[in-house]
Design a protein around this ligand. Structure first.
Ligand SMILES: [Zn+2]
Length: 222
């Protein structure tokens, strides 16, 4: 699969296309891709042309691009490596869950299938990363878990935190302060119709979560 040389920048675009399509299935538009990459539409267009020349993306007439099979394989493998490194950094090096993303952004570009497989074995073949995101296996298969957004909880319902949609250190640290790590249990006491803020019970204490926090939390309803 690495018969042709692919740069880290190209890899990042493939991963961005994968992530946009994951949230909003269908062809990915140049503007959405430029926004995700924090670049201009012109640069995104140039990059797409390069990726298309390497047969990693396929143009859909008037509708943007899709990953080719080879492009999809590379993106999935990058996500696999990223998430395995995050587990390693938390479990083996003692970093907190809000400290590992930027390191993993670099580590994911290290090439070498053997390194990835040994890393996977070394950390016990985890199926989820420290943020609750699934880790695809070496064949690119995903184990999806059933979870819903916190905002779908009704008053009186309890849930376990299974994932986060915002991986920024600020958000993760804030959740940590609230005692809302992965696996934490909370109960929705009341949701305010006016602004969708949520009064919750976490263990012995109460907290109010803003709508923004609620939107970025995934739970498994108990
Ligand atoms: Zn990450």
């Amino acid at each position: 699969m690495n018969a042709l040389l692919i740069t880290s920048a190209e890899e990042n675009y493939l991963k961005a296309i994968f992530k946009i399509a994951e949230k909003d299935p269908g062809a990915v538009l140049t503007n959405a891709l430029a926004a995700e990459m924090g670049t201009s539409a012109a640069s995104a267009t140039d990059m797409l042309k390069r990726l298309s020349d390497k047969k990693l993306v396929v143009y859909e007439k008037y509708r943007g691009v899709k990953l080719s099979e080879a492009g999809n394989r590379i993106a999935t493998n990058l996500i696999r490596k990223h998430r395995l490194w995050e587990v390693f950094l938390v479990d083996k090096l003692g970093f907190a869950w809000d400290e590992v993303h930027d390191f993993a952004e670099q580590l994911e570009h290290i090439q070498g299938e053997q390194l990835t497989e040994r890393l996977d074995d070394f950390i016990g073949n985890p199926r989820f990363d420290p943020h609750g995101d699934p880790i695809p296996d070496a064949q690119g298969k995903w184990l999806r878990r059933t979870q819903t957004r916190f905002l779908t909880l009704a008053s009186g319902q309890r849930g376990i935190i299974t994932g986060v949609d915002d991986h920024s250190p600020g958000f993760l640290q804030y959740l940590g302060e609230l005692g809302l790590g992965l696996g934490a249990e909370l109960e929705l006491l009341e949701r305010t119709a006016y602004d969708q803020s949520s009064k919750v019970r976490i263990g012995a204490h109460h907290a109010v979560l803003s709508e923004k926090v609620g939107q970025n939390l995934f739970v498994r309803i108990l």
